[in-house]
Ligand binder design. Sequence first.
Ligand code: GAR
Length: 353
Amino acid sequence: MSTVVSWEAARKERDRLQADGKRLVFTNGCFDLLHVGHVRYLNEARTSGDALCVALNSDASVASIKGPRRPLNRLEDRAEVLLGLSAVDYVVVFAEERATSAIEAIAPHVYAKGGDYTPESLNEEERQALDRVGASIEILSLVAGKSTTETLSKLYDGESKPLQLGVLGSGQGSSLEGIFHAIDDGRLPDTEVALVLSDQPDARILKVAEDRCVPAVSVDPGPYKTRLGEPAQKEIRDRLKAASVELVILAGFMRRLKAPVLEAFPKRVLNVHPSLLPNYPGLCAWKQALGAGETKTGSTIHLVDEGLDTGPILGQETVPIRKDDTPDDLLERIKVAERKLYPRVIREYAATL
Ligand code: GAR
């Protein structure tokens, strides 16, 4: 059995091994960039027993331990790479920062940990769980100088980091989903979403970000219905800067940004607007076009200035208006166009910076 298994299945394997007088070895980690240090450590761990179970942190768990730029590879890929190693018999997944519950559920005979730990420096909660299930602790040889951090710093020393986007939205996050798809399918290469901010605490866009393990924060806009207060403008600027954002992407963000953000990111704030600007700026632009009897409208990507949808236009896509269109039909058609247009314009504009 060389596959991702449930905790219950891993426990059954452990019981089966025990019945045969054999021992299950258990270790845990993020393994988001496999290197030779890992391979040696897993090979050594495997020699402490008769089968090796690796508990892999979920994507959300890696992000909360290692920060917003991790994991480098998503769970399915990390699991597949581990399962490709001859030392690894099973992979299980755990969502917490600590593997305590997995240890208690699986009750391994041996717990293996890298040589940068000592029995004393193990996490106390995990150590107590190991005591409870009677696991022996094996500290493996230290593989000096072979770490994920070292591998990453070699990469980043010589080459540029991926472009860091900060995305602001108030609603459904459909444009953000379009950006994620474009990153995944290679239309938006060398690009990462570092942070998503919203002025609406319940906006779906925050959930879209969280599902990708991208930090998502709601910022209190202040006591205004449509304006964004000065403290909120400063908080947004500070959060974007702290996340090393290089390009700010408005994706359905329904309040106007002012000097604190625009001065901190000159010519680096892009907006998507659902009309062919300069026609129909402002709210519900697709309804305005429909109401005016237009036969076509579209989407515009533009640089943001202090005006209302007035900055220089970077790209547009035309969308037909059909006779029997409802506002929802039309908006949906515009959003389909935007999902192609926005990533393309971001890529082209980023190349000019
Ligand atoms: C997009 O259609 C965009 O054009 C529009 O919000 C939609 C994305 O929102 N933006 C504006 O109207 C800005 N003036 P969503 O994230 O809720 O799908």
